[in-house]
Design a protein around this ligand. Sequence first.
Ligand code: ADP
Ligand code: ADP
Ligand code: ZN
Length: 217
Amino acid sequence: MFIVILGPPGAGKGTQAARIARSLRIPQVATGDMFRKHLGEGTELGWLARSFMDAGALVPDEVVCEMVQDRLQEPDCAEGALLDGFPRSLAQSEFLDRMLAERGQRVDRVVSLVVPDEEVVSRMGGRRTCLSCGATYHVRFSPPKVEGVCDRCGQPLVQRPDDREDTVRARLATYHRQTSPIVEHYRQGGVVLDVDGVGSIDAISEAIARGIEAVRR
Ligand code: ADP
Ligand code: ADP
Ligand code: ZN
């Protein structure tokens, strides 16, 4: 099963994606995490992505699509994956549809997390991220067991440089201009599940799980 989780920055995509991926036993493919890993390792791809990420803009489609194509060709993605942060433009969604069609597969479900801009801005200041495994926390709403340390892998938590308010606003503008049209693209295919992303993390997970269960039957 291929599931896409869509929503503005800070909507809770990563938080929810980790839970869905675990319960469905499919890999979580998070393009933002992949870029941050490249940045940390100082690869050429990391250097290329950096200026776009710092500006709150999208990394060019060709670059992202090639990276995702390579990842989806790995054996653990043969039967499905949870795509978190991809696609983010109409061109990327068309690329994904075509790539899956060639394999006789399709995007089975698109979870669209709906969160107002002001809620995003207020959440981001408290976000803490593990650059090692991609887990995210919130100082108030989802704190780690030990302050500043990742529950999952024990590595230190950091505040992402692009979580500063001015960059968050730029990312929101990018989302509204380039990413939100994808929801309409998939709506025509009848696969979109709209989920209110404001509320407790557990209640949102339950709503998503119910919606996914409904299409599996
Ligand atoms: P968030 O979780 O806050 O929505 P991500 O971690 O998914 O952010 O992405 C961080 C940055 O990485 C984006 O602002 C963008 O610059 C780049 N990026 C991630 N995924 C994509 C993509 N599919 N297409 C283009 N750029 C991307
Ligand atoms: P995204 O991957 O969409 O950018 P994250 O999953 O990283 O979003 O969540 C953004 C921030 O908001 C994190 O600090 C996370 O702990 C927190 N968060 C996630 N879901 C909720 C929620 N339902 N209510 C409040 N804060 C949340
Ligand atoms: Zn970690």
